[in-house]
Design a protein around this ligand. Structure first.
Ligand code: HXC
Length: 258
């Protein structure tokens, strides 16, 4: 597929998707989100890919959903057109590890897109915010749900209701991001973490991701049962035999994703 708003590359077992609408600070247009859904679907199907990094530019991961594209939409356009659900939801359905490598602005839908990923690595110039209230709308891609789960009610209310931004250091303290990295090393560190994950057994990595996702969906007893059944299932993998044998034989494991 020819992408107009993305640069899509592979680095060995790692997929790298760069949002590429620099003039609009990577504003997330419908076309861009269609392309992102397409690129992620292809990486999910590609057995050679073990993890994906999603990034933007030094100035902006993404400054939000595309305001120009939404300006003339009415309720029926949004509802009948299934705005957001139609393409954005593909991101949360992606089954392999997905790192958001965020430099600069991650605002509105940009912050929400980062939060749909499995972890956020932030450059030291990253700024997170949900400024939709200033436009007469509210976060519509999970901001009111994922942000409080990440940073707690007080900070989520503060950000969504006053539109203030949170810098990288505060975001790390609050639990929104897993690492803060000097801007010039952001991509290398994200690719390196992705390479590490892609070197493990793919089915095991996918089961870990799925189990942690369940923690946000179901009561503890159900989540524990889901984890236990997945744990039992891992005993059916040749990779489990290999991983344990390699440890005991003091050699690196050779996982075959089986
Ligand atoms: C469309 C955008 C945009 C956006 C920036 N641009 N953000 N276009 N949609 N979300 C465009 C500007 O219009 C401008 O175009 C160019 O990018 C550069 O932006 P400037 O404002 O000149 O840059 P700067 O002064 O550095 O300010 C950066 C900024 C500001 C603070 C990030 O651009 C800003 O406040 N952007 C809007 C942030 C926002 O409200 N996001 C939420 C969107 S709603 P020209 O042509 O003038 O050069 C949303 C809803 C989510 O995300 C709901 C579900 C998805």
């Amino acid at each position: 597929m020819n992408f107009t708003c993305l640069i899509v590359e592979t680095r060995d077992k790692v997929g790298l998707i760069t949002l590429n609408r620099p003039k609009q600070l990577n504003a997330l247009s419908d076309v861009l989100m269609d392309e992102l859904a397409e690129a992620l679907t292809a990486f999910d199907r590609d057995a050679g890919i073990g993890a994906v990094v999603l990034t933007g530019s030094d100035k902006a991961f993404a400054a939000g959903a595309d305001i120009a594209g939404m300006k003339d939409l009415g309720w029926m356009d949004a509802y009948q057109g299934n705005l957001i659900s139609r393409n954005w939801d593909r991101v949360r359905e992606f089954r392999k590890p997905l790192i958001a490598a965020v430099a600069g602005f991650a605002l509105g839908g940009g912050c929400e897109l980062a939060m749909m990923c499995d972890m956020i690595f932030a450059a030291d110039n990253a700024q997170f915010g949900q400024p939709e209230v200033k436009l007469g709308i509210l976060p519509g891609a999970g901001g009111t749900q994922r942000l409080p789960r990440a940073v707690g009610k007080a900070k989520a209310m503060d950000m969504c209701l006053t539109a203030r931004m949170m810098d990288a250091q505060e975001a790390e303290r609050a639990g929104l991001v897993s690492r803060v990295i000097p801007r010039e090393r952001l991509l290398d560190e994200a690719l390196s973490a992705a390479r590490t994950m892609a070197g493990f057994s793919l089915p095991v990595v996918m089961m870990i991701k799925e189990s942690i996702q369940r923690a946000f969906e179901v009561p503890l007893a159900e989540g524990l049962l889901f984890e236990r059944r997945s744990f039992h299932a891992a005993f059916g993998l040749a990779d489990k035999q290999e991983g344990m044998a390699a440890f005991l034989e003091k050699r690196p494991p050779n996982f075959r994703n089986a």
